[in-house]
Design a binder for this molecule. Structure first.
Ligand SMILES: C[S@@+](CC[C@H](N)C(=O)[O-])C[C@H]1O[C@@H](n2cnc3c(N)ncnc32)[C@H](O)[C@@H]1O
Length: 263
């Protein structure tokens, strides 16, 4: 991933102000998340296997043609890309994917919607985190959707429903059918699109829904969208991990909390 000045400025801010443990976190729910997920060092059995798949992708020199969607890419300047380059620069890191896994596993999410499948490695983490869950993953590029579908098949993972469509086209219908426990947005990183997806999903949220927005410091627009999401009156708790922001709506959290954590 190419780093820009906006990201450096906010990374430094995060580095110096974010909490490094659950110490001093007053909300019992937020404290529980810190203890059981964010600052919990235990490794899961699945992590080794998923790391092996990542290594295979990082060594895969196959070239594919990828259509650009949404905000486009700051990393690639051609549509012809090697799998290994997408795996190195265009998908969630091990730490990010493992954090998502731990969150889903702890909260026992049953229905998960992911916007932005790419190679589908992160989708495998989502699917393995709660084996009885249903993961719906949307991707605009047909080449990537086919690749991800094949990757899941090769690894005998059957609880993913891949959708090849633009987010705007697929999301309203999907949200009518499925109320997501976890709604994860990792694509089309513009201010307008991010707020649009947030507002669409907001109409279908429940008390225990969790929304996650990736790359909240990718650009001014993304940071502005994140600040507005945090201020929404139905949001009771937000957790900013720098690389993504997590949003909760639990009514039990009586006093609004905006936490920044350094992992
Ligand atoms: C950052 S990648 C997703 C990475 C993946 N979630 C992970 O963590 O490894 C974003 C993906 O979203 C897709 N995308 C972006 N905007 C889109 C849109 N409006 N409709 C459909 N797909 C889109 C891109 O093609 C790209 O593959």
């Amino acid at each position: 991933m190419t780093i820009n000045l906006h990201q450096i400025k906010y990374y430094l801010k995060h580095y110096f102000t974010a909490k490094r443990s659950g110490h001093g976190v007053h909300s019992p729910f937020a404290y529980q998340l810190c203890e059981n997920i964010f600052h919990h060092q235990d490794k899961f059995y699945d992590f080794e296997e998923l790391k092996k798949i990542r290594t295979q992708l990082l060594n895969n020199k196959t070239e594919i043609i990828v259509e650009d969607f949404g905000a486009g890419s700051k990393t690639f300047n051609s549509n012809k890309r090697k799998i290994k380059d997408i795996a190195a620069k265009g998908i969630s890191t091990t730490k990010q994917s493992e954090t998502l896994y731990k969150l889903i596993n702890f909260l026992n999410c049953k229905t998960i919607i992911e916007l932005g499948t790419s190679l589908g490695l992160n989708t495998l983490y989502l699917a393995k985190a709660a084996k009885s869950s249903k993961v719906i993953s949307i991707e605009g590029s047909k080449t990537l959707t086919d690749f991800a579908e094949e990757l899941a098949k090769k690894n005998n993972i059957t609880n993913i429903h891949f959708v090849n469509a633009k987010f705007d086209e697929a999301l309203p219908t999907l949200l009518q059918k499925d109320l997501p426990d976890l709604f994860y947005v990792d694509g089309n990183h513009t201010y307008e699109a991010t707020l649009h997806y947030f507002n669409l999903a907001l109409e279908r949220k429940g008390n225990s829904s969790v929304f996650i927005f990736d790359d909240i410091y990718w650009s001014h627009g993304m940071t502005k969208a994140w600040e507005e999401i945090k201020k929404n009156s139905s949001v009771t708790l937000t957790i900013d991990l720098f690389y993504f922001g997590i949003v909760f709506f639990k009514e039990e959290v009586k006093e609004k909390v905006d936490l920044k954590l350094f992992l």
